[in-house]
Write a protein that binds this ligand. Structure first.
Ligand code: FMN
Length: 183
C-alpha cells in the first residue's frame, strides 16, 4: 500500500508519536512518503489565482505544491496530522491546504481523489482537537475523498510525551492501532 503523510508540524512531539504508532502497523509492507510542514511545504498563497485559472504551474510555489500533489494522487491512504494551535490546524497546514483550493469540487477536482481513504490525527491539551480536524476535513471532503476517519485526543494534563502516564499512552495506542487495522 502507498501512504502519503502530511505532518502539520516538524516537531517530534506528541503529534509525531501518535502518527508513528499509527504508521507502525504499516511499516514493512507499505511505501510511506512523509512531508513535514513548513519545511517541505509551499510558502503562503499570494492570491494570484493562476491555479484556479488552469495554470497551477505558474504558482510561485509550484515546485513544492506539485511534488506534494503527485504524492497525494499516487497514494492509497492519506494521513494528515496536526496539534491544535488556538483551536485550529497549524498555520503551516493551512498554508499548504490553501494551495489546493483549485482541487475543490467546484473547480478542478482530481478524479484520483474520489476512491481514496484518509485519516486525520489531531491532539490538543484540553479543547480544539475536533475543530482542528475539521479544518483539514473540509479540504479533504471538497477534494472529493469519500472515506475520511478522524482520531482526536485530549491530553488533559501534560503535553510532554515522556511525562504522559503509561495508562493514558496505552489508550491512545489502542485507538490508533484499531484505526490502522481498519484502514
Ligand atoms: C501555539 C500553540 C497553540 C495551542 N493551542 C491550543 C489550543 O487551542 N487548545 C489546546 O487544547 N491545546 C493547544 N495547544 C497545545 C497543542 O495542541 C499540543 O497539545 C501540544 O503542543 C503538544 O503537541 P506537539 O508535541 O505535537 O507539539 C497549543 C500549543 C501551541 C504551541
Amino acid at each position: 500500500m502507498k501512504i502519503t503523510v502530511i505532518n502539520g508540524t516538524e516537531k517530534h512531539g506528541v503529534t509525531y508519536r501518535m502518527k508513528e504508532i499509527f504508521l507502525e502497523q504499516f511499516r514493512g509492507n507499505s511505501d510511506i512518503t512523509e512531508y513535514y510542514l513548513p519545511k517541505d511545504g509551499p510558502g503562503f498563497c499570494m492570491g494570484c489565482t493562476a491555479c484556479f485559472r488552469n495554470n497551477q504551474n505558474s504558482c510561485k510555489d509550484a515546485e513544492q505544491v506539485q511534488k506534494i500533489e503527485k504524492s497525494l494522487l499516487e497514494a492509497d491512504l492519506l494521513v494528515f496530522t496536526s496539534p491544535a494551535y488556538v483551536f485550529h490546524a497549524t498555520g503551516a497546514m493551512k498554508a499548504m491546504l490553501d494551495h489546493f483550493g483549485y482541487r475543490w469540487m467546484p473547480h478542478r477536482p482530481a478524479r484520483e481523489m474520489f476512491g481514496k481513504r484518509a485519516v486525520i490525527i489531531t491532539q490538543c491539551l484540553g479543547a480544539g482537537g475536533k475543530s482542528t480536524a475539521k479544518d483539514i476535513k473540509d479540504s479533504l471532503s471538497w477534494w472529493g475523498i469519500s472515506t475520511i476517519k478522524i482520531v482526536s485526543f485530549k491530553l488533559m494534563s501534560e503535553i510532554d510525551w515522556n511525562k504522559i502516564e503509561d495508562k493514558r499512552k496505552a489508550s491512545f495506542q489502542k485507538k490508533l492501532k484499531t484505526l490502522a487495522r481498519k484502514m
